[in-house]
Design a protein around this ligand. Sequence first.
Ligand SMILES: [Zn+2]
Length: 214
Amino acid sequence: MSETKLREDICWQAASIFNRGMTGGASGNISVRTEDGGLLVTPTGSSFGRLDPARLSRFDAAGNHIGGDKPTKEMPLHAAFYETRRSAGAVVHLHSTHSVALSMLPETDPDNMLPPLTAYSIMRLGKVKLLPYFRPGDPAMGDAVRGLAGKRSAVVLANHGPVVASKDLEAAVYAMEELEETAKLAILLRGANAVHLTHEQITDVVTKFEVDWD
Ligand SMILES: [Zn+2]
């Protein structure tokens, strides 16, 4: 995909996320791999509602900032995913309400945050890991992602927000939407004794769609 198209897609997807109330103010950030092995990253302090394609931060393949505005302070999160998951072509991070709410509930399983409510959340996300709380910009959040050794494509930082890596921007956004919607279902159904997928149904989805479910 041409860099011009990538830049337009980042701004279009970000505006769509903003307009649906999935991340507000200047929160959230996106990075996407370019054909030359570099990165395009949303700038620090920028709102998803009005990104300028020409001002996205541009990095070369060696990680040098070569153009555009200063990148997001949450760059260590993105770098950790690219370092540990060779298949990663895009990383999306939001401050989305329901995922954050779920990160704070005592019954949430830190190793597999989402209850098995729908097949699509399992297909698109695998097991979602709950990571501890970190002060904004703390490089330790990157170390926490590195500690997963590339085994997870989706994590939620407690009391902060989700981070999803996928092969390209569209897949990462779709996976993020699935995470937020499943967290919303989990919150809506809290205490309602809702019907979950059975162990057999989960195994069937994991096998059929070759989901990484370790
Ligand atoms: Zn954040």
